[in-house]
Design a protein around this ligand. Structure first.
Ligand SMILES: *[C@@H]1O[C@H](CO)[C@@H](O)[C@H](O)[C@H]1NC(C)=O
Ligand SMILES: *[C@@H]1O[C@H](CO)[C@@H](O)[C@H](O)[C@H]1NC(C)=O
Length: 484
């Protein structure tokens, strides 16, 4: 027990001693760091490239970490991103023997004290050329300098909006030395892609990688090479915002347009519905036009708007024409034979138009035919003559009537006298009845004509409604299909 106590006492004593020793080392290190710093920078110039042999190249390793996409301005083609730029290189004049300085292997000093490569973003689109941020650099005993600097970059980016809002964009970030050529400062990408591990999820864009490529451009045959490292940021737009705010309303509105054909002609709203839909679409189109760059390739959604607007203009124009047909009325010419066959017989059955048509016209037409059959030869000829020559040629008519009367009553010997008497009074009677019948028939025919024209209009309405429904449907499917 006692022995145990004693050993624990020794252990704690030893621990105390080491702690004190360590503290001494720490404080000694601080002193050494001061010494190292003053010795290193005694005759150091941060203006000149730190190489021993000026013919030798200085390698700068570049690594980019994308932290955030702050803004993508399609209209001005500018990408604003928050980046961390890490550059590292070896400075030939900032080396030390770490044993001489009590194992001190690295120090952190303000970056403006050491030489820094003038690596800039070539495709910068910022209006102020600000100085690089004066963060610290880490200086290692073998001369390796690591410089991490945060930066908000505005870079120009060729934006292709042809598939908006289902587009992806590629934005290049090209870094290179501004003044040194490839024989003096060579730039090397440490990884073959930008680092995305610290990326803050963006609401509008999905990141699909950031590959890095080193390009060396030589102007002319024997001049110096100019190396650069290009990071290509591959972005895919999250389109749900645009689907809900721009596409779906337009699809819904455009489905209203064909329904204009279904509106009853007498409501007087057919044309105004078309015009209202057109105006609503114009508002949406203006909204899209405001975000898009005024480039030659019209975005997909713009094409959809234009197609829909064209279609609605066509449908409104057709509605106006059909309205005219509807109001043809009784004064118009009768429905031509081909239209009667094609529209009234076939198309009305295909498009199930019964209400105006079949209920009213068809029984009447049948009745008319029955009546004609009953009237037989008596009226048929007379009627037609009346229509053609408006009763100028009476003798023909009389002959016809006489013939008919003779036929119906027969001429048999003794009854001839009475028949002749009777004949004249019948003649009067028949003339009057004929006149009334003609009036009624004309009236009915006129009404039937009006109703027939109305039916033609209705069948055409139905026909175009389905045509336009199919067009709207296919256009919407086409636009949504592009999303997949
Ligand atoms: C620079 O990198 C190249 C390879 O890219 C290498 O051959 C060369 O030795 C390096 N120069 C120095 C000074 O490290
Ligand atoms: C972006 O950089 C890559 C690689 O250097 C190149 O192939 C591509 O053409 C560049 N794109 C633009 C728009 O400059």
């Amino acid at each position: 027990m006692k022995r145990n106590n004693l050993s624990s006492f020794y252990v704690s004593l030893w621990l105390l001693f080491t702690a004190a020793m360590l503290q001494a080392v720490e404080s000694a290190k601080g002193k050494y760091a001061q010494m190292l710093f003053s010795e290193l920078f005694e005759d150091y110039s941060n203006a000149l490239r730190p190489v021993e042999d000026t013919d030798k190249v200085l390698n700068v390793t570049l690594q980019i970490t994308l932290s955030q996409i702050k803004d993508m301005d399609e209209r001005n083609q500018i990408l604003t991103a928050y980046l961390w730029i890490r550059q590292s290189w070896y400075d030939a004049y900032l080396k030390w023997d770490k044993d001489k300085y009590d194992g001190l292997d690295s120090i952190r000093i303000p970056s403006n004290l050491v030489w820094r490569p003038d690596i800039v973003l070539y495709n910068k689109a910022d209006d102020d050329f600000s100085e690089p941020v004066n963060t610290n650099v880490v200086l290692r005993y073998d001369g390796k300098i690591t410089w991490d600097a945060p930066a908000i970059t505005k870079s120009s980016c060729v934006v292709d909006v042809s598939y908006f809002p289902f587009d992806s964009q590629q934005c290049n970030l090209t870094f290179g030395s501004w003044t040194y050529n490839g024989n003096q400062v060579d730039i090397i990408n440490s990884l073959d892609s930008g680092d995305l591990s610290d990326f803050v999820e963006d609401v509008e864009w999905e990141i699909h990688g950031m590959p890095a490529v080193k390009n060396v451009i030589t102007y002319g045959c024997c001049s110096e090479p100019y190396p650069d490292v290009t990071f290509t940021l591959i972005l895919k737009r999250k389109s749900s915002f645009y689907i809900f705010n721009l596409l779906l309303p337009c699809i819904l509105i455009s489905f209203l347009a064909p329904l204009g054909f279904y509106l009853p002609a007498d409501s007087g709203e057919k044309v105004s519905l078309g015009v209202t839909v057109l105006l609503a679409l114009t508002v949406f189109q203006l909204m899209v036009a405001e975000i898009m760059p005024p480039s030659e390739n019209v975005p997909l959604i713009g094409k959809y708007y234009i197609a829909t607007m064209t279609m609605i203009t066509a449908s409104t124009a057709l509605t106006i024409i059909i309205m005219n047909v509807h109001h043809c009325g009784s004064e118009a010419k009768p429905v031509p034979q081909w239209a009667r066959v094609v529209i009234l017989d076939y198309m009305s059955k295909i498009f199930f138009v019964y209400d105006v048509g079949e209920n009213c016209t068809s029984p009447r037409r049948e009745k008319e035919q029955e009546y004609r059959l009953e009237g037989g030869d008596m009226c048929q000829g007379a009627d037609r003559k009346n229509h053609l020559s408006s009763g100028n040629d009476d003798s023909d008519l009389k002959e016809n009537l006489n013939g008919n009367l003779n036929k119906s009553f027969g001429v048999h010997g003794e009854n001839v006298r009475e028949n002749v008497n009777c004949r004249s009074c019948y003649k009067m009677l028949i003339k009057n009845i004929e006149y009334i019948a003609n009036c009624v028939r004309d009236h009915k025919a006129n009404r039937a004509k009006g109703i027939e024209w109305k039916k033609v209009a209705k069948v055409m309405d139905r026909f175009f409604m389905w045509i336009f429904f199919i067009m709207v449907f296919f256009m919407s499917v086409l636009v949504i299909g592009k999303a997949a």
